[in-house]
Design a protein around this ligand. Sequence first.
Ligand code: COA
Length: 376
Amino acid sequence: MANSSKSTTGGLEGVIAADTVMSLVDGERGRLVFRGHNLEQLAGRQVEDVAALLWRGDLPDSAGREVIRAALAEGRIEAFRRLPTLGDALVAADGMDALRASIAHLPSPTSSSAELEGLSRGTEGAFLAGAMAVFAAAFWRRTLGQPVVPPDASLSHAEDYLRMMQGEPPSREALRALSTYLITVADHGMSASTFAARVVASTGSDAVSAVVAALCALKGPLHGGAPGPVLDMLDAVGTAERAESWLLGELAAGRRIMGMGHRVYRVRDPRAAVLEGAVETLERSGSAGGRLGLARAVERVATQILSERHPDRALRANVEFYTAILLDSLGISRRMFTPTFAVGRVIGWYAHIEEQRATGRLIRPASRYVGPDPGS
Ligand code: COA
């Protein structure tokens, strides 16, 4: 095959596909910046603050936070109102299939705004973010065979998401950990899903279509689908003493270690540290499941083994490694890990969709033909 899978152009490494003000992913120094703010400075705030930052450009004051909070609440209520019209879209074995189908049912806000009368103060982004949370939670309630929980407009977005999923309001510690998670994953430069959203937005298509494309990309295990397998790995490893033999067995079988490695970071993913810290806080409050010690041991051994095998390529823990333990500690099923990622990332997707629209430019790269030449 002329174009092998090891092609250096195949993954577009290092190719700059857009100018963005949304986030800086500094792979050499291990820094993640959202619109001028280091992730570490934002991680303790509310999801509403980061939505305001990415959508409007500044961290809000308390009045501004209320506006975003109300818009997200209206988005959730409007999405909930649409549940009966979704048919079987939420009946799926896989949460991402359910999200893809249910989000695809939404009217395109740009082309049919008359259908969104209920969303008086809302924005398109808040509508999509509200829908993601409501549909993800509703999918899970139906999977459990339990009644769907309607949104509560008085709650913050993160609090309501966990309540709609679990049927009861979260503890203060759980809410703080989930907020940290949703903020941490809200944006990440030109990730595969963000690029997919921008490509679709660049064609002049609507935001619903762009978000559906992003969901499809996020579903893959090389992007958003890894945290479930990370937890499977910790289950299979069982104890720190078994980590080395288990990991060597995986590599001998030709499999990758989930939650390790990253396309951009050449140091440890800064998001791993933020989430690891959030799990540590949860464990100290007695709310987490006590897996942090095992996870740290597995990470240590995996880092060691991978650095011996790939001395020129730093393969360190990525965001998904500690995502797995954090979400598991909150009582979120591993089947809901990637949908919960989507609940956070849709905030960034929408910011990029707007940014791409503003350029008015179609994304249409070139390919290099490496097939046979028929001659003249
Ligand atoms: N475990 C074992 N080996 C790994 C590895 C992992 N997690 N990640 C990369 N490698 C190896 C590759 O097999 C390759 O080896 P080779 O040169 O001998 O063929 C080498 O490291 C370079 O990997 P490459 O495929 O160029 O990295 P990438 O930038 O394309 O991939 C990921 C980045 C994230 C897709 C990759 O690290 C991976 O598959 N990680 C596991 C899945 C995961 O955690 N995804 C979540 C990402 S946030």
